[in-house]
Design a protein around this ligand. Sequence first.
Ligand code: NAP
Length: 306
Amino acid sequence: MNITFCCADTRPEPWLEGLRAALPGATVSEWQVGAPQADHAVVWSPPQQFLDEQPGLKGLFNIGAGVDALLRLRLPPGVEVVRLDDAGMSVQMAEYVCHAVIRHFREFDGYEADMARGRWSFRKPRMRAEFPVGVMGLGVLGQRVARALRHFEFPVHGWSRTPKAVADVVCHAGAQGLDEFLASCRVLVNLLPLTPDTRDILNRRTLSRLQPGGYVINVARGAHLVDDDLLALLDSGHLAGATLDVFRTEPLPKEHVFWQHPKITLTPHTSARTLREESIAQIAGKIRALERGEPIAGVVDRVRGY
Ligand SMILES: NC(=O)c1ccc[n+]([C@@H]2O[C@H](COP(=O)([O-])OP(=O)(O)OC[C@H]3O[C@@H](n4cnc5c(N)ncnc54)[C@H](OP(=O)(O)O)[C@@H]3O)[C@@H](O)[C@H]2O)c1
């Protein structure tokens, strides 16, 4: 069995070694122009030429959860596109989102600024019931985040394409459920995949429906958010702030207004990183299952886009 590795911005050696150790008997090599046909590929942002030269692939394993960039390419017709299915990302996402929600709710930025100026300040405690959190996307990451938020006793709402049941989470579904979902939330967490249906979904119309003093946490993709609409709602005071981990252009361009905005907290696409060992173990297990003709989790529906 031949495995080829073609991942942009990734040091190949540790991945190649890890895949060789996990799949003894397989030939694992880094892709080069004109390389022989492989059975499976491990990829991140591969060039179109790679896919054009590998029409016989059975499995195309993306080393991330989001496949939006991959699906924009012309793919071999019969290949199974497989995304990472948690692989250590959901706990990181839960940490990141709970940290952002709690920092905002408990006004830790304000206390830190006061202490830095030598002020021993008092702020009236806020009521958790007045900070319902909405999680857009109740998939692998969204459900883990929703459960983690419930641990801190925030009221939690969730929104997905098809109806879901998650313990202690008020679940809404579909386009017809979106407005009710938004109106139920003061803090909005975006964990949707980027598809034609979800591009630009965080816009003036949707963000205006959040409760006054709303707060936006975008940890999915930059193209979900209409930057100017967020800025307008922050400036009007309808929104109190935002934590953004993902951007339309990454790295975020030096001149972008987000860098200096006093109500926006930024991180460099780091909310849930791909963990190499977990990912290799998961991918190797799925390659073995596919070779045995067994079904696997995390296969992408190319029409749906996730
Ligand atoms: N910032 C980072 O570091 C980072 C890291 C990893 C992932 N991500 C992003 O997080 C995204 C989510 O990952 P995941 O593993 O949780 O994905 P997932 O398991 O595929 O879950 C996607 C969820 O979104 C819902 N959804 C999709 N289209 C929708 C629509 N049109 N309307 C309403 N709901 C819709 C799905 O609804 P159904 O349940 O009904 O199908 C599902 O609940 C990824 O696609 C990626 O973009 C970011």
